[in-house]
Write a protein that binds this ligand. Structure first.
Ligand SMILES: Nc1ncnc2c1ncn2[C@@H]1O[C@H](COP(=O)(O)OP(=O)(O)OP(=O)(O)O)[C@@H](O)[C@H]1O
Ligand SMILES: O=C(O)[C@H](O)[C@@H](O)[C@H](O)[C@H](O)CO
Length: 200
């Protein structure tokens, strides 16, 4: 379910692509949009992939059924649940890049070690963009969102688990409360200014 604003954003991006205004992004390259539940990973990664003209890899689709059942029951995932999930996402990103040269993935990647797991799994340069929002805004979004297995009651655990990247990790942190189109433009500008292979 998308807001009218997001729908319009997607339409603008589609028409930008039809007009051939696809931004130049070095290849091979993997872009991860990360953050806690409700931070906008799916929304922004889809919009960014549309803008770049490449596949979006939805991290939520790679959870084991048992993990989905846990989250739906209000039980937070642990490391043992997340390692194989991260590995499956890494494989999916590698296949996408082998075929398309570039992919935009959504994945919570809350801990430094999870981001390292993905960095090591992926054979191309990788960058991470963390979407940051206030607890109040996240709670509002999760409470309003219907038909999603992730309950708002897990937000506290998500925020407790989040390890904010230290500057040397080279992760771009953005205000996730800006409109998705503005977030995408900030991501593109940052990527285009990165040194070649300077992200792994
Ligand atoms: N920049 C934004 N401004 C306003 N609302 C947003 C923004 N980004 C996402 N949303 C809304 O917030 C809700 C959560 O967004 P989304 O599903 O993209 O988050 P997520 O991080 O992928 O969550 P989860 O990890 O739980 O799947 C959705 O209803 C979405 O429309
Ligand atoms: O690491 C985690 O705890 C999980 O991956 C969650 O973040 C979910 O994937 C997702 O965000 C809910 O849809």
């Amino acid at each position: 379910m998308h807001t009218i604003e997001q729908h319009n954003t997607a339409q603008n991006m589609e028409s930008a692509n039809r007009m051939g205004n696809i931004p130049a992004v070095a290849r091979p390259f993997a872009i991860f949009v990360i953050g806690v539940s409700g931070s906008g990973k799916t929304t922004v990664s889809k919009a960014l992939a549309e803008l770049i003209g490449c596949p979006q890899i939805e991290g939520d689709l790679y959870h084991a059924p048992a993990s989905i059942a846990k989250m739906a029951a209000g039980i937070a995932l642990n490391d043992d649940d997340r390692w194989p999930w991260l590995d499956r996402i890494g494989e999916a990103v590698n296949s996408t890049i082998a075929e398309h040269g570039i992919g935009v993935a959504s994945c919570s990647a809350l801990k430094h070690a999870y981001r390292d797991r993905l960095r090591h799994a992926i054979t191309s340069p990788v960058c991470f963009v963390l979407l940051d929002s206030s607890r109040e805004e996240l709670l509002r979004r999760l409470s309003e969102r219907k038909s999603h297995y992730m309950p708002a009651s897990l937000l506290g655990s998500q925020l407790d688990t989040l390890e904010r990247p230290a500057p040397e990790e080279g992760v771009l942190t953005l205000d996730g409360q800006k409109p998705p189109e503005a977030i995408c433009q900030d991501i593109i500008a940052w990527i285009q200014a990165l040194p070649p292979n300077g992200t792994k």
